[in-house]
Ligand binder design. Structure first.
Ligand code: FES
Length: 197
């Protein structure tokens, strides 16, 4: 719109530029208020986690579990607040997060498909299932589709070795899975497309 005004007048009149500046300031103020609210929510949540685990040995891991349970992953701004609150270097916190496969640094997908790759499942062909999921989703294990709808992972054993090869789709355990079952399972998840933040 400003381009058109400039084309028409050869410059942007003072009253218009003042109005644009005013509107931008109003928007910025609104954004500052939203950011302030987010910051204080993060601070309050982190303080609660820290005070709950303060005197426990190995509390960093327990707090990280609590944060991941709350958000589904460890957001960077929460890790930064935790570093401040505990007086532990941010690098140390990231060392722990990246050491354990369980912790995630990006939001999980709206849906999940996990193939068991423990010994029993491996012997019954879980490798083929994994390859088929990779082909169907176009991603590797540990990754989430670009639209953040489906997260694909593998695990060591889900305790259903008698049903090997097994996998878990959105929390539901499926046993005696065949490679030919994978396209259908993926199609069902794709059809459940959900809004992600
Ligand atoms: S190894 Fe797959 S369920 Fe146990």
């Amino acid at each position: 719109m400003l381009d058109k005004v400039e084309q028409k007048h050869g410059f942007i009149p003072r009253d218009i530029s003042d109005e644009v500046a005013r509107l931008l300031e109003v928007k910025l103020e609104r954004l500052r208020r939203i950011q302030g609210k987010l910051d204080s929510t993060i601070r309050r949540d982190v303080q609660q986690h820290v005070s709950h685990w303060r005197n426990e040995e190995g509390n960093l891991i327990m707090i990280l579990h609590a944060i991941q349970n709350q958000h589904g992953y460890i957001p960077r701004e929460v890790a930064m607040e935790l570093s401040r609150e505990l007086g532990v270097k941010l690098a140390r916190i990231y060392e722990v997060i990246t050491f354990y496969h369980y912790f995630k640094l990006v939001p999980p997908g709206a849906h999940s498909l996990t193939v068991c790759n423990g010994t029993a499942c491996y012997l019954k062909g879980s490798g083929d299932l994994i390859n088929e999921v990779r082909a169907q989703l176009g991603i590797a294990e540990g990754q989430t589709t670009a639209d953040r709808q489906i997260h694909f992972d593998t695990v060591r054993c889900i305790g259903c070795c008698g049903m090997a090869p097994a996998m878990v789709v959105d929390g539901k355990t499926c046993g005696h899975v065949k490679t030919s079952d994978i396209p259908g399972q993926v199609a069902v998840l794709k059809a459940k497309k959900e809004k992600v933040a």
